[in-house]
Design a protein around this ligand. Structure first.
Ligand SMILES: [Zn+2]
Length: 316
């Protein structure tokens, strides 16, 4: 049961009727808007693109979700720019006028947190892992500079770093009215500030970037930690999982398998190369390359992943 809603699509259709001879001259990005899919009752997901940041995609690379309770709405990740955040907010407002009380960030990466500014007017609690403030705070200047360069002035407009107002040390339950969200802080894996969320009403699990599908995983924490955590998470019961990058919703725990295979391939190859006395440079040419055809953006991120894994595993 998946209803697809897009206010922009509706507006575009209306415009098409009124202005069809002009429509082809409208910029494609203005006509696209944010499309959200209801993957379970009251659970909506916008799927990001498998791309690098660009003026055209305006930072629309990560999945962004929201959950609607009887009393309030919680947003889970806000996409990669204030412009995208505003469109996500418009999509929420097309579904419900209930107050947006919580904006949850699954971790510190810009494509998940840079839409936060669009929700300031709602005066929500911004919620994250207890290490999110430190991680994002210390990288803020660099993240803003890189994002501004990649997106350009127009798509970057209004983007700022908004740190959490509520920190999750272990776990926290948010009551949206008739449904609870359970937030659980995780040990270092994709980053050192990964937070997972379960919507108890539908048993939907949000893993943020602990789960990539299609888009090659990116390692900014610990490969050993990530592999160990995936083993642990696979024991959970969930009706479906929402990845940080990938389809709106996937089967759980089956969805974890390709990522486990990718990270295991890197760890196995890198350990062998280290044992054989090979250098990092040699590792970046061979380790994990058996996975190359399985992932989008492999050539952009894989060498960085091998480099991070090598640095971690050479001290085992
Ligand atoms: Zn990430």
């Amino acid at each position: 049961m998946a209803a697809t809603l897009s206010r922009q699509a509706f507006l575009r259709a209306s415009l098409a009727l009124a202005l069809s001879p002009l429509l082809r001259y409208l910029p494609a990005q203005a006509a696209e808007g944010v499309e959200v899919t209801e993957i379970a009752p009251g659970v909506f997901v916008h799927q990001g693109l498998y791309e690098l940041q660009s003026p055209q995609n305006r930072g629309d690379m990560a999945n962004a979700s929201f959950v609607v309770g009887n009393d309030a709405v919680a947003v889970i990740d806000t996409s990669g720019s204030a412009v995208m955040g505003r469109e996500l907010r418009d999509a929420i407002r097309a579904v419900t006028d209930k107050p947006i009380r919580y904006v949850i960030n699954t971790h510190m990466h810009p494509d998940h947190v840079f839409g936060n500014a669009a929700f300031k007017e709602d005066k929500p609690e911004f919620v994250g892992h207890y290490k999110l403030a430190r991680g994002l705070g210390s990288r803020a200047e660099r993240y803003l500079m890189i994002t501004k360069t990649m997106l350009g002035e127009e798509a970057f407009e209004g983007t700022e770093v908004i740190l959490p107002t509520v920190a999750v040390k272990d776990s926290l339950t948010l009551d949206l009215g008739g449904r609870d969200l359970v937030l659980e802080a995780q040990p270092t894996a994709h980053t050192d500030n990964d937070l997972i969320i379960t919507d108890t009403a539908t048993n939907t699990l949000f893993l943020g970037d602990l789960l990539f599908s299609g888009h090659v995983p990116t390692l900014d924490g610990s490969i050993k930690g990530w592999l160990a955590l995936l083993d642990e998470l696979s024991q959970k019961q969930a009706a479906r999982v929402v990845p940080g990058h990938g389809p709106h919703a996937m089967e759980f725990p089956e969805a974890l398998a390709p990522e486990q295979k990718y990270l295991s391939a890197i760890a196995t190859d890198v350990r062998k190369l280290i044992n054989d006395g090979k250098t990092l440079q040699e590792a970046t040419k061979t380790a994990g390359f058996s996975e190359r055809d399985a992932w989008k953006l492999f050539d952009h991120y894989h060498v960085r992943n091998v480099t991070a894994a090598f640095a971690e595993l050479e001290w085992e």
